[in-house]
Design a protein around this ligand. Structure first.
Ligand code: NDP
Ligand code: 8X3
Length: 250
């Protein structure tokens, strides 16, 4: 039987590219996000390759998450692979100038949202003693850079949760991995800079950034290893990037 993957943040960037590569490799899809038109468009496009259903909810709203997961049609209720990908940075400021609404958004979405979704899905994995969880962290999970304070804290939490999940779920035979990308050219910087397209573009100027498909390819590699193989985490940079702050820009 084909495995079923639940992908949060499937409407854009890494999540969307992961949905595309999974669809072409015989993985059934539960696509999640808030932008319903994009979910519908992607469902139409990927239904040519695999079975697809969609769920519209905000990961940071606990009731929405629980209701959405409970609403899954019967033939999508067994989730084999969970990709905890939804998340963003909101703002880039010193701690003294930071906007508390941005802090709330990052902690509510990147940390609590990941927990709410995991909590809704893990019980059926532990019951079956089978499943795979992939958490999308960041180099911000491994390093702290100037003005990155709360985003880095939220991703350090993802790194800790990745480790904690693997320890606690070990007796249930559930695999848990994290992917920690460097700069990936997606809508990420548009969200960080609140729609300032020029500023967002400048983040990816003067070098070849990772593309969403590069990370999707790695996620697909990770989830298709033999069942006895569990990759703890992978840090992935563009060749031009050596750390969060060292970039070889032309
Ligand atoms: P995008 O902005 O392109 O995609 C973000 C996705 O998250 C969208 O599908 C969005 O869907 C979803 N999302 C955001 N907030 C919520 C929410 N409250 N509820 C539900 N879904 C939400 O960015 P990326 O693809 O780059 O980001 C994906 C992940 O990769 C994030 O966790 C990010 O932190 C991480 N990452 C990104 C890097 C980069 O350089 N781009 C590098 C390292 C890590 P919608 O708006 O429809 O809800
Ligand atoms: C996204 C990469 O360097 O902007 O997580 O934090 S970075």
């Amino acid at each position: 039987m084909k495995p079923t993957a639940f992908i949060t943040g499937a409407t854009s960037g890494i999540g969307k590219a992961t949905a595309e590569i999974f669809a072409k490799n015989n993985i059934r899809l539960i696509l999640c996000g808030r932008r319903v038109e994009r979910l519908q468009e992607l469902k139409t496009a990927l239904s040519k390759f695999t079975e697809v259903t969609t769920l519209q909810f905000d990961v940071s709203k606990r009731n929405e998450v629980e209701k959405a997961v409970k609403s899954l049609p019967k033939d999508f209720q067994q989730i084999d692979i969970l990709i905890n990908n939804a998340g963003n940075a909101h703002g880039l400021s010193t701690i003294q100038d930071g906007d508390i609404d941005d802090w709330d958004a990052m902690l509510d979405i990147n940390v609590k949202g990941l927990l709410y979704v995991s909590k809704a899905i893990i019980p059926q994995m532990t019951e079956r003693n089978n499943g795979y969880i992939v958490n999308i962290g960041s180099i911000a999970a491994k390093e702290v850079y100037p003005n990155g304070n709360v985003y880095c804290a939220s991703k350090h939490a993802v790194d800790a949760l990745n480790k904690g999940m693997r320890i606690d779920l070990n007796k249930h035979n559930i695999r848990v991995s994290a992917i920690h990308p460097g700069a990936v050219e997606t809508e990420f910087s548009e969200v960080r800079f609140k729609g300032d397209t020029e500023k967002a573009k400048s983040v990816y100027a003067g070098y070849k950034a990772l593309q969403a498909e590069d990370i999707a390819d790695i996620i697909h590699f990770v989830v298709t290893r033999p069942y006895h193989v569990n990759i703890e985490d992978l840090v992935v940079y563009p060749t031009a990037q050596a750390s969060a702050t060292i970039m070889n820009k032309k």
